[in-house]
Design a protein around this ligand. Structure first.
Ligand SMILES: *Cc1c(COP(=O)(O)O)cnc(C)c1O
Length: 496
């Protein structure tokens, strides 16, 4: 079994195995005609469940043959131009190269003595990202597993800052107060269109879902800042503590960007932490033409970026950044065996001091390789292409009587629904849209997403592939219309 260990004696097997894996994926890319095969859970599950995990195949080639059947053949391929579903991007080759290297070397970025250059590379990328945002001289941050973790981490820091400040004030005024007194009074303000991970974070932080106040959005699905101002005032009036305002720079459904400068002003006025969730919109940081859409983000106390959404990076690759590096201490623990306090005093850079993870992937290498090969403008212009495509897609939808489209896109999503002529029951229209999405998925011809707007069922394109064209969009719209019409035809026939 030692022959499977990656070491000085097995370099040849390593090269052959990995090359063979790469060859299979390359062959797949060359021959994939649809984003997936449309296989159903019920078809695939028995195949996977029948495999005896206690009987290894020994041979990597045999395992790859099997993998073809259980995964590669039916996988959902995000590189396909008709994958328009969720926020998954096609990936760039320098990042995939980085991925192959980081898992083979297998550095763990918790402590310096496990990573050396990896730590410094991650720190450079954090500084680089913070510089693009404009977070100032005292900034810091850390790579995370994704936007949900970044949001959670940022809100944890905001919670502990809010508690610290409240306790400090009480102490100065000679009042007795404990963290347990403060916690139930904390509130997070986020728009109705913000990501669910904000609510989930509040629950995990011991504050409950109710601690998040939903601020209404305007027609463009951006946070209504007059409503925010009113909510902040009523918090103060009711003796509550507005712990954080979460502004979303690129909402998951609409790509809308909350009015960052005005939110920053209100947050400052109420001494409230401003978190910007730019999980999706962060690609604009490198856009050669659209960086201004994020103006105001430089006022944030913390920012979430997901390189695996708009920097064309493989999952996972995300970061949380803060304006004031000292706030990261809320997630610091000095363990004798790993990162004793003495090391911090000696200025040994242990990233675990800043992270909520311990053992942690060197995801930063993927972004590093990408910047070193393609550069920031290269990534940004790819992102610009999908933003342009979404604008063209909106024109198509707006002119098409079969569909109604919600908002003109700021980034690269389109939320729309099939609307049949005539006076059909609204729930039937909902069902037709749901059916169209499902039937399209089952056909494997294309993948689109769905969401609800004001209680009604909508369809959604998330455009992240510069290879997708307006003809792809038109073709997918035709397919959706056919499926919806078929559903309505069948169901009207049943009802008449
Ligand atoms: C996707 C998304 C998240 C969550 O990020 P993950 O990487 O999926 O955990 C958070 N916020 C917004 C706005 C998102 O679009």
């Amino acid at each position: 079994m030692r022959s499977h260990l990656l070491n000085e004696t097995t370099a040849d097997l390593y090269r052959r195995s990995v090359t063979e894996g790469v060859d299979r994926v390359a062959a797949k890319l060359a021959t994939t005609e649809r984003p997936h095969t449309g296989i159903a859970v019920g078809e695939l599950a028995p195949v996977i469940n029948s495999i005896d995990l206690d009987k290894p195949l020994e041979d990597p080639a045999a395992a790859l043959d099997e993998l073809e059947e259980v995964y590669l053949r039916d996988a959902v391929y995000f590189h396909h131009p008709r994958y328009l579903g969720h926020l998954n991007c096609p990936v760039v080759i320098p990042a995939v190269l980085g991925e192959a290297i980081l898992s083979a070397v297998n550095s763990s970025l918790d402590t310096w003595d496990q990573s050396i250059g990896g730590t410094l590379i991650e720190r450079r990328l954090i500084d680089w990202t913070a510089g693009r945002i404009g977070l100032g001289p005292r900034t810091d941050g850390v790579f995370t597993s994704g936007g949900s973790q970044s949001n959670f981490h940022a809100l944890l820091l905001a919670r502990d800052e809010a508690c610290r400040i409240a306790l400090q004030r009480a102490h100065a005024e000679g009042r007795d107060l404990t963290k347990a007194d403060v916690l139930p009074r904390l509130r997070i303000l986020a728009s109705e269109a913000s990501h669910f991970s904000v609510r989930k974070s509040a629950a995990m932080l011991g504050m409950g879902y109710e601690a998040v106040i939903s601020v209404p959005v305007d027609m463009g699905r951006r946070m209504d800042t007059s409503a925010l101002a009113l909510e902040l005032e009523s918090c103060t009036r009711d003796g509550l503590v507005p712990m954080a305002v979460v502004a979303t720079a690129g909402t998951t459904d609409f790509g809308s960007i909350d009015p960052l400068p005005e939110i920053a002003r209100l947050a400052a006025e109420h001494s409230t932490w401003m978190h910007v969730d730019a999980a999706y919109g962060c690609g604009l940081l490198v856009s050669p033409t659209r960086r201004h859409l994020l103006d105001g983000i430089e006022h944030a106390d913390s920012v979430t970026v997901d390189y695996h959404k708009s920097f064309f990076q493989p999952v996972s690759s995300s970061a949380v950044l803060v304006r004031e590096r000292d706030t990261l201490r809320h997630a610091t623990y000095h363990a004798d065996y790993l990162n004793p306090r003495r090391m911090a005093e000696e200025r040994i850079p242990n990233q675990v001091d800043k992270s909520i993870q311990t053992t942690r992937r060197f995801d930063a290498l993927k972004l590093w390789m990408t910047l070193r090969v393609m550069g920031a403008d290269g990534i940004g212009s790819l992102f610009d292409e999908v933003v342009d495509l979404a604008a063209a897609g909106w024109e198509l939808l707006d002119a098409d009587p079969r569909f109604e489209v919600v908002v003109r896109p700021t980034i690269s999503t389109l939320v729309f629904r099939y609307v049949p002529g005539g006076d059909l029951r609204p729930d039937l229209v909902d069902e037709a849209n749901l059916h169209a999405r499902k039937a399209l998925f089952a056909s494997g011809e294309a993948v689109v997403a769905g969401t609800k707007v004001d209680g009604r069922q909508y369809l959604k394109f998330t455009l992240l592939n510069p290879q997708t064209t307006t003809s792809d969009i038109s073709a997918v719209l035709d397919l959706l219309a056919v499926h919806a019409e078929q559903y309505l035809g069948a169901s009207l026939a049943v009802h008449s």
